[in-house]
Design a protein around this ligand. Structure first.
Ligand SMILES: [Ca+2]
Ligand SMILES: [Ca+2]
Length: 593
C-alpha cells in the first residue's frame, strides 16, 4: 500500500486524493514494518501512536521559504523519514567545550562502506580514522591522524582545532580496493607548527615509512596558512582492523586561510577497467577563503593557474592510464589528457571545473535506468546569500567570486542582479586572460533567510528501497539549521539548461524519531536540530545550547550530513551530538493543504 501511495504522489505529481486516513496508515505501515523487522515491537507501538497523533495535529500551512525557491502548486507533499539511532561515535570533543568546534561531541565527517560490505570507514575531523564493524557495531581506531602537541597520532602539524573543516577531512576507497587494499585520505596541516610534516609511526608499527617523502606544496597566490594533503594508503591485509602497509603523499596544496580546504574525494562508481574514468579521482578543492578577500587573492577561484576553488581530476596511480595522461609536476600522480585545460597556456591541467567557493561535498549521481543521466554533483557553501547545488561539467566556470548562486557578487560581498552581458574573463594568471566565458549556474539554491539555512551540507541521489517516496530524489542537508530537503533529479537535470533563473524546486523532509532516552518526543520534527540537541544533552553535553552558531540557525548548529551505504540506503550523521542515525523507513505525508 505504501509503495502505491508513494508512486502516485511522486511519480505522477498528483496533488490531491492521497491524504487523510489512508495516507497516515501508510506511513504507520512503513514504520511498523521496519521496526518489526528490527524486532522492536515496543518501540513500534509508541512510535506509531505518536506519529499518528502528530499527523492528526499537523499544521495545514505550507512552510514559508522566504527567498527560497518555492515548490510550485501541485508539487509533492513533504516526505517523512523515520530515523533510528544507529551508532554513537566515540566522544573526541569536550562536553564543556566552548570553542567554535571543540564542543562538538565527535566531528564525524564521512561514512564510507568498505567494498565487500563488511565494514565502514568513518573519519572524525579531530583525527581518528575508524573501522566500524557492521555486525558488532564496534569501533576500532585504524589510523589516528592527530599527532599534535605530543598526541600519539601520525601528523604533528594536523590543523584540526579551528575552523569547521580542518583535521582529517576525507577518506575514500580506491575502486580496486578489494584487490589492492588502497584508499585515500585528505587532511589539513598548519605548516607553521613545530615538527616534521612526515607521518610519525611511533604508535603505528604496521606503517612502513621506508622511502616516504613529502612533496613540495603546489603554490597558491597569496599567504599560506594551511596545506591540504592527499595521501594514498596501501594495506597489505584488509581482513583485519589494523594497518600494515605503506603510504605515499600524492599531493600537497597551499591554502590561504584556515577555511575551505582541500575536501571531498570521489571516483565515478560506474567506471570499469578500460574506461577513461577508471581509478580517476575527482577532488573538491575549496577556495581557502580567498574568494571573499578584499585582497588580490579574491580572484583565486577564477584563476586557472591555481588549484583552489576548483574541482580537480587526477590519476593517483602512476601505472594507470599511462598512454593517455602525463605525470604531474611533483611526480606523484598523472593528469588525464582529456582534462579540459591541459592545452591552455598558463592553466593547470588538474582542473576539471572552476569558480567554486567551497565544493566540500561531491556526489556521483547514478541513474540506474539511464547512464546518460549520470552526473557529478557538488554542494558548495555560499558566502552571505545563496547555498547551491551544482551539476559539474568538464571545463565549466561556476562564477565565484564574480557570482554567488544565480546573482552577481559585488566587491563588497553583497549580491545584485546579473549584468545584461553575462560573461566573465577567463583568467590564466593574475592579469592574463584568455577570452571570456558564460558562467554556469546552480540547479538548486536556497537563501540565508528564515526557512532556508546557512551552509549546505552533503547530498545523495537516493536509489534505496526503504523509502520509495524518495527514489529518484536528491536528498541534501543544511548544516546549521538541520533542514533535510529533496529535489526531483529529473527537475535538476531540466534546470541545468544555461538559464540562471530556472532552478529545481526543493521540498521538505520531515523527521520521525523516538528519543531512546524518553525525552521530549514530538515524533515528527521539521529539522534535525531538536533531535541533535536532545542527544547532545543525553550524551553529557554541558553547553546551554548546541555548540556553534549561524545567522539563520542562531545559537547552536545541528551540523548534519547525509551518507549512503552500498545498498543505497541513507544515514544522517551529526557532529554536535556525535551520532549516526539510519533512515529505516518513510512515506509521503498526507496533503493537508
Ligand atoms: Ca590491515
Ligand atoms: Ca537553470
Amino acid at each position: 500500500m505504501q509503495g502505491r501511495l508513494a508512486r502516485s504522489r511522486t511519480d505522477s505529481g498528483e496533488a490531491g486524493g492521497a491524504g487523510g486516513l489512508g495516507a497516515w496508515l501508510s506511513i504507520i505501515a512503513v514504520v511498523h514494518k521496519r521496526l518489526m523487522s528490527l524486532g522492536r515491537l515496543a518501540i513500534c507501538a509508541a512510535t506509531c501512536v505518536a506519529a499518528t497523533l502528530s499527523l492528526l495535529s499537523a499544521s495545514a500551512a505550507a512552510p514559508g521559504f522566504g527567498a527560497v525557491t518555492l515548490a510550485p502548486a501541485g508539487a509533492p507533499a513533504p516526505v517523512i523519514i523515520s530515523l533510528k539511532d544507529w551508532v554513537a561515535m566515540p566522544i573526541t570533543g569536550k562536553v564543556d567545550g566552548k570553542g567554535q568546534t571543540d564542543g562538538m561531541l565527535a566531528r564525524v565527517n564521512s561514512l564510507r562502506e568498505e567494498p565487500g560490505g563488511r565494514r565502514y570507514f568513518i573519519n572524525d575531523l579531530n583525527g581518528p580514522l575508524y573501522i566500524l564493524d557492521k555486525s558488532s557495531k564496534t569501533f576500532t581506531t585504524y589510523l589516528d591522524f592527530n599527532g599534535r602537541d605530543r598526541r600519539p597520532g601520525l601528523f604533528h602539524k594536523l590543523a584540526y582545532d579551528t575552523g569547521y573543516a580542518g583535521g582529517l577531512v576525507a577518506v575514500q576507497f580506491d575502486p580496486d580496493y578489494s584487490h589492492n587494499g588502497r584508499f585515500y585520505t585528505v587532511h589539513v596541516e598548519d605548516p607553521a607548527l613545530p615538527g616534521s610534516n612526515a607521518p610519525d609511526n611511533t604508535n603505528a608499527p604496521g606503517l612502513n615509512l621506508r622511502g616516504y617523502t613529502n612533496t613540495r606544496p603546489i603554490p597558491t597566490p597569496g599567504d599560506t596558512l594551511r596545506e591540504g594533503v592527499l595521501i594514498e594508503w596501501t594495506d597489505a591485509n584488509t581482513t583485519n582492523a589494523t594497518f600494515e602497509g605503506t603510504a605515499r603523499e600524492v599531493m600537497r596544496i597551499s591554502l590561504n586561510t584556515r577555511i575551505h580546504p582541500l575536501g571531498d574525494l570521489v571516483f565515478n562508481p560506474r567506471a570499469r577497467r578500460g574506461d577513461a574514468d577508471w581509478r580517476v579521482v575527482y577532488i573538491g578543492c575549496g577556495d581557502g577563503g580567498s574568494g571573499e578577500s578584499r585582497l588580490s587573492i579574491r580572484t583565486n577561484p577564477q584563476r586557472l593557474d591555481t588549484l583552489v576553488g576548483k574541482v580537480l581530476r587526477v590519476i593517483p596511480d602512476l601505472s594507470e592510464h599511462t598512454s593517455t595522461s602525463t605525470v604531474g609536476e611533483n611526480g606523484r600522480y598523472r593528469v588525464p589528457n582529456d582534462n579540459p585545460y591541459v592545452s591552455t597556456r598558463g592553466a593547470r591541467g588538474e582542473i576539471w571545473a572552476y569558480g567554486l567557493r567551497n565544493p566540500h561535498r561531491l556526489h556521483w549521481a547514478i541513474d540506474p535506468a539511464t547512464r546518460a543521466n549520470d552526473r557529478l554533483i557538488a554542494d558548495s557553501v555560499g558566502l552571505h546569500t545563496w547555498e547551491a547545488v551544482y551539476i559539474i561539467h568538464k571545463g565549466a566556470n561556476y562564477g565565484y567570486s564574480q557570482r554567488e548562486g544565480n546573482e552577481t557578487l559585488q566587491p563588497d560581498n553583497k549580491t545584485t542582479a546579473l549584468p545584461s552581458l553575462d560573461r566573465i574573463p577567463v583568467l590564466t594568471g593574475e592579469t592574463t586572460t584568455d577570452g571570456t566565458v558564460a558562467p554556469t549556474y546552480p540547479v538548486i539554491q536556497y537563501g540565508h533567510v528564515a526557512g532556508g539555512g546557512d551552509a549546505i551540507g552533503s547530498g545523495v541521489l537516493y536509489r534505496g528501497s526503504l523509502v520509495p517516496a524518495l527514489r529518484g530524489k536528491y536528498i541534501f542537508t543544511d548544516l546549521t539549521t538541520g533542514h533535510v530537503w529533496f529535489a526531483d533529479y529529473r527537475e535538476m537535470l531540466a534546470a541545468d539548461d544555461g538559464n540562471p533563473r530556472t532552478l529545481a524546486p526543493i521540498h521538505e523532509v520531515k523527521l520521525q524519531w523516538t528519543d531512546p532516552n524518553g525525552g521530549d518526543n514530538a515524533a515528527l520534527f521539521d529539522t534535525m536540530k531538536p533531535i541533535t540537541k536532545m542527544a547532545y544533552f543525553a550524551r553529557g553535553g554541558r553547553l546551554p545550547d548546541l555548540p556553534g552558531r549561524g545567522t539563520v540557525s542562531g545559537l547552536g548548529r545541528a551540523d548534519v550530513h547525509v551518507a549512503v551505504d552500498g545498498a543505497g540506503e541513507l544515514y544522517l550523521f551529526s557532529k554536535t551530538d556525535g551520532m549516526i542515525r539510519a533512515v529505516v523507513g518513510g512515506a509521503v505525508l498526507p496533503d493537508t493543504r
